[in-house]
Design a protein around this ligand. Structure first.
Ligand SMILES: Cc1cc2nc3c(=O)[nH]c(=O)nc-3n(C[C@H](O)[C@H](O)[C@H](O)COP(=O)(O)OP(=O)(O)OC[C@H]3O[C@@H](n4cnc5c(N)ncnc54)[C@H](O)[C@@H]3O)c2cc1C
Length: 488
């Protein structure tokens, strides 16, 4: 039964929503919080879909019951991307890489989000079992550990050795500030289980009398009274109900949060009129100017038999503008149904210049928007990816014990635009579709309140000013935990 009213309604029980709701109820027990999640729910590991528990596989793609698919434009190709649609959201289906944004990433954020200000929150969300020092927490909900050296997958180990031999600095702790280099990936995986924010934050809070979690509850829009958000309209499969709220926090992710704003009349006024939606607030940045990591896959073949069950990524190399990712299995194994049966080394542009936008269909604004990444439009991005592919080929060539060096599907001397386009994908780190800050294109202020609106917040990766130079998961959990504390 969906409650008719709450002090705070949280829309979306993904990485941010689970963290935020659990922190809100813990911080002030008198306050009622209702979490509405479109996907299915569970109350613990015994009732969770088994595929979200297995950290060695990513349950994504068209056959998955845990994701929603969106059409996407990747360079000159059309494709599709997945987002988690289950309690835990994308954090319930992801690769388990839990690496913080680097201190310099926060230079793009409002000054109240300096690295010094966010560090206590990075510490509060984690229990790092490898490091007990000024950078780490020991009693937070999310367990973080790196694969021990003696258990590293042969590809992960060979990659680390090759990168060090090539002159890259070995980095013990990728979650501590310091120079870039190669190191073991901090993982939110415990005994092979993916420990996303639903299991770490929300499940332990389920007994709180002031928290109600409603799964299979899809929010269709925000009820506005002038510029104040006063409730949400929700479809639970039996009918449409309205939940009145003191405050509404959108945590529906970087595609669905801007979509909900648009459908409720908050967005670029010209675009809203084109879609036949009466503007309530002109917010030109909604759904525009987002960033993500373009990722080029360099294929190769294993030499001999290798273990087929390991975390998807155990070591990475960061340079200032690239991340090189030696995936431990072909995507056909780690992403069932993907059909990609040869291993790849991922080359990721960490600070892309290209920006994207969500494309809505005027004939049916309620249809899923197309995610137009704008990848490779900026010549600097093309040049950096080409350099990255050349580095990847050199490293693979030196990994002779595990790589059949004659099989590498690119040339260290260089690849052309057609090759880049054919091997281009995305890391699925969409960020910045409702950016935080001031100025015309900003959608929320530094406390995640929607500019010009009352009682309305957005808290998920859409508010990042730009995609962090690492995967966004640890950073969005930190964001949600900090905003919950600021709302108290
Ligand atoms: C396949 C994949 C692998 C990834 N791997 C990594 C990784 O290893 N490391 C890393 O750092 N990052 C990774 N990412 C990215 C990272 O997981 C996400 O950026 C992060 O989880 C996003 O958190 P969020 O809270 O912004 O959104 P989400 O976690 O996506 O949560 C949004 C939630 O809102 C719900 N929702 C949406 N619309 C509505 C609505 N109208 N009504 C009610 N509920 C709604 C959704 O069902 C979902 O549960 C990966 C992403 C994907 C998709």
């Amino acid at each position: 039964m969906i409650p008719a009213r709450a002090d705070i309604v949280v829309v979306g029980g993904g990485s941010a929503g689970c963290t935020l709701a659990a922190t809100l109820v813990a911080e002030r027990p008198g306050r009622t919080v209702v979490l509405l999640e479109s996907g299915s729910g569970y109350t613990g590991t015994a009732t969770a879909p088994p595929e979200i528990l297995d950290a060695m596989r990513l349950p994504v793609g068209p056959q998955s019951v845990c994701t929603a698919e969106y059409p996407a434009i990747l360079g000159s190709r059309s494709g599709a991307i997945s987002r988690g649609r289950v309690l835990g959201g994308s954090g319930a289906v992801n690769g388990g890489y839990f690496v913080r944004a680097r201190p310099g990433d926060f230079d793009a954020w409002p000054t109240s989000w300096s690295f010094g200000n966010v560090l206590p929150h990075f510490r509060a969300i984690e229990s790092d079992t490898d490091f007990d020092d000024e950078w780490h927490g020991a009693s937070g909900p999310v367990p973080v550990a790196r694969t021990p050296w003696d258990r590293l997958h042969p590809v992960a180990r060979a990659f680390h050795e090759a990168a060090v031999a090539a002159g890259h600095a070995p980095v013990d702790d990728l979650n501590a500030p310091g120079p870039a280099g190669v190191g073991r990936v901090p993982l939110n995986i415990s005994n092979g289980m993916r420990m996303g924010p639903a299991l770490s934050f929300l499940v332990p809070a389920l007994g709180s009398p002031n928290l109600t979690v409603c799964a299979n509850a899809h929010v269709r829009g925000i009820v506005m009274a002038g510029t104040a958000a006063v409730g949400v309209e929700v479809d639970d499969g039996r009918g449409i109900a309205t939940v009145e709220a003191g405050n509404i926090v959108l945590c529906a992710g970087a595609i669905e949060s801007p979509r909900l704003l648009m459908l409720s009349g908050l967005g670029p006024a010209d675009e809203l009129r084109r879609l036949g939606i009466e503007p309530v607030l002109d917010l030109p940045g909604v759904g525009r100017g987002f960033s993500d990591h373009p990722e080029v896959a360099v294929p190769y073949r294993y030499r001999g038999e290798l273990p087929d069950r390991a975390p998807v990524l155990e070591t990475v190399l960061h340079t200032d503008e690239l991340e090189l990712r030696p995936y431990t299995a072909p995507f056909a194994d780690s992403v069932p149904g993907s059909g990609a049966d040869i291993p790849v080394l991922g080359v990721v542009l960490t600070r892309p210049h290209s920006r994207g936008r969500l494309l809505f269909d005027a004939r049916n604004p309620y249809a899923a928007p197309v995610v137009d990444y704008g990848y490779l439009k900026d010549p600097r991005d093309r040049a950096a990816l080409r350099d990255g592919v050349a580095s990847a080929v050199r490293l693979l060539t030196s990994m002779r014990d595990v790589v059949d060096t004659g099989s590498i599907g690119a040339d260290a001397a260089g690849v052309d635009d057609a090759w880049l386009e054919a091997h281009l994908g995305t890391s699925q780190h969409l960020s910045g579709s409702c950016r935080m800050g001031s100025g015309d294109s900003a959608v929320v202020d530094d406390r995640c309140r929607v500019h010009g609106a009352e009682r309305l917040f957005v808290v998920d990766t859409s508010v990042f000013p730009q995609v962090p130079s690492r995967g966004p998961h640890a950073t969005v959990v930190m964001l949600a935990q900090r905003v919950a504390a600021l709302m108290s």
